[in-house]
Design a protein around this ligand. Structure first.
Ligand code: VG1
Ligand code: CO
Length: 550
């Protein structure tokens, strides 16, 4: 490529390119404005290029997305941008597809510098819905906060980006191209990920489970996991064809919200409650990093799922036979896993919301498993949460124990007690009113300590702050929490992934020692009432009821 092929395009900064909990998420039309995508990604390149020892000409960049609207055109533009910025090699998932966990696997297995994931994850897709870009670093995980802050500062100072003239590439075939002096490889997005799963799990044990007539339904929600699930479950593990439903990635996810929870995966939930229900149900979100686990007539809360995987993994999954170094969960996630860790004498870490906080712990070998209440579970096999991995964990433990999902839950609750848990989301609140509401409660926290609340006593109330045990970085304002003497907890924070107004997340947890047979709503209602009152939710935001309860 001669230098003259590279064009330097003058631009002006967009003031709103600060990444949130997981990358930069905006309305699709915002991303489609001239220069918007290029500005953000040029800022990423400029920031990463400054790191010691980085020479783009010797580096590989991985690009892929969840298949949502604007995925392909965005990839074409980013390939030209990456080539003009001088990357030696760019790997692009065939058809523009790559799940978030597969991205993490590809970066790690190919020694790439990093990767760009085009996804707004569980947010809906389409011209009038959401789009997003996440940058993952060399360890395969999301860029840590220190890096995303530097990227944001760079977006504010940007005056130019570089690109070049080149026709759109054929993304539909696994071939190699040359764009400028960059080698662009269109690769099979399934290969590395499925190979990794085969290294971790005993596929033969799961095959025998299906051979014994075990029935499963997997809902890919028209996100990126469909092809992965078909390859793994139906082709490799012998589940009957048709086990995977909604398996074709669609630009608008079939008009639904690709969020695997009790509300948005209602069709799957109904199937698991039908008289002829399969033994096991599961779903993943748009970009494949979240998981929903269901049994016949039962739902496994994500906090319980993490605890149960921690309990069984060393016995049921070859990849964890050596035992666990420790476990980690985000602060709002239920404390169920803490009790498994205590019983096993394992360290248990509590991090802020967002997978980026697990990266250092995993890299340093301090923990093996991690999870979030938002249907995210994962391990040291990658640096992202991993939906299908969680499904394979459950299949493995069901195959080894011969128990049903309900029996596994019962046994767990009998041994450890049960953390009743719910998250109540109040979406599209007025942003200023929501911020003021959180500030007001924060100011009130010190006065709550030692007062009576929801039939117990407040032992601790603070605005959660986290000091990373590996690099010492401090993250403040990570959520308000009120801890009660009986083990109950109230947590609230504002979402960092929404694209419209503000979303309040209210998390309630109540611990009971007695076997876990009570009705979740009834157990948690008093805590929800207290939270709504403390927040003055009705008065300040005019809301009576949550938008989504999971
Ligand atoms: C939400 C979840 C958080 C998760 C994040 C990204 O963030 O609460 O646990 O890590 O989404 O998940 P927030 O700030 O909106 O609460 V994914 O699957 O959307 O990338
Ligand atoms: Co996701």
């Amino acid at each position: 490529m001669s230098a003259s092929d590279v064009q330097s395009i003058p631009t002006i900064p967009f003031p709103d390119q600060r990444p949130g909990t997981s990358g930069l998420r905006k309305k699709t039309r915002v991303f489609m404005q001239p220069h918007y995508l290029e500005n953000f990604v040029q800022a990423i390149f400029d920031t990463v290029r400054e790191e010691p020892g980085v020479d783009f000409a010797r580096e590989t960049l991985v690009i892929g997305g969840d298949g949502r609207y604007y995925n392909r055109p965005a990839i074409q533009r980013l390939v030209r941008l990456a080539a003009a910025n001088g990357f030696g090699r760019v790997l692009v998932g065939c058809s523009g597809l790559l799940s978030t966990p597969a991205m993490s696997a590809v970066i790690r297995r190919h020694g790439a510098l990093g990767g760009l994931i085009l996804s707004a994850s569980h947010n809906p897709g389409g011209l009038d819905a959401d789009f997003g870009v996440k940058y993952n670093i060399r360890n395969g995980g999301p860029a840590p906060e220190t890096l995303t802050e530097r990227i944001y500062l760079r977006t504010l100072a940007l005056t130019h980006y570089v690109t070049l003239t080149h026709p759109d590439l054929d993304l539909e075939h696994c071939v190699q191209h040359r764009v400028g002096s960059t080698e662009v490889v269109i690769f099979d997005p399934l290969a590395d990920y499925t190979a990794l799963m085969e290294e971790l799990f005993d596929f033969e044990a799961v095959r025998q489970l299906f051979r014994r007539g075990f029935r499963m339904c997997f809902d890919a929600m028209h996100g990126v996991t469909g092809p992965y699930a078909q390859a793994l479950l139906e082709q490799r593990l012998g589940a009957p064809v048709g086990t995977v439903i909604r398996g074709t990635p669609l630009e608008d996810f079939g008009g639904t919200h690709p969020d695997p929870n009790l509300v948005h995966a209602a069709e799957l939930v109904a199937r698991l409650h039908a008289p002829d229900a399969p033994d096991f149900g599961a779903a993943c979100d748009g970009d494949g990093d979240r998981n929903l686990i269901l049994g016949r007539q039962c739902f496994v809360s994500p906090g319980d799922s993490l605890a149960i995987i921690a309990e069984y993994a060393p016995h049921c999954i070859p990849g964890y036979r050596a035992g666990l170094a420790g476990v980690a969960r985000s602060m709002p996630t239920s404390t169920a896993v803490d009790r498994v860790a205590a019983a096993r004498d394992l360290p248990c870490y509590e991090t802020p919301t967002g997978w980026k906080f697990f990266g250092n712990l995993l890299d340093a070998g301090l923990c093996t498993l991690c999870g979030e209440e938002s249907f995210g579970t994962g391990s040291n096999h990658l640096r992202e949460k991993d939906g299908l991995w969680a499904v394979l964990c459950w299949l493995s433990l069901l195959a080894t124990t011969g128990k049903s999902v309900a029996e596994v839950l019962q046994t767990h609750w009998q041994r450890f007690g049960r953390s009743y848990f719910q998250r109540h989301d109040y979406e599209a609140l007025d942003a200023q009113a929501a911020t003021d509401m959180i500030t007001a409660l924060r100011d009130k926290l010190p006065t709550l300590v030692d007062t009576d609340l929801a039939g117990s006593r407040v032992t601790h109330a603070d605005d959660f702050s986290y000091t990373d045990p590996v690099d010492g970085s401090v993250s403040t304002h990570q959520g308000l929490r009120i801890l009660l003497a009986d083990g109950s907890r109230l947590v609230c924070r504002l979402s960092g992934t929404g694209t419209e107004g503000a979303t309040l997340r209210l998390y309630v947890e109540c611990y009971r020692r007695n076997g876990g047979q009570d009705a979740v709503d009834a157990v948690l209602a008093p805590l929800v009432q207290v939270a709504v009152r403390l927040l003055e939710l009705r008065e300040r935001c005019g809301r009576e009821a949550a938008t989504v309860v999971t």
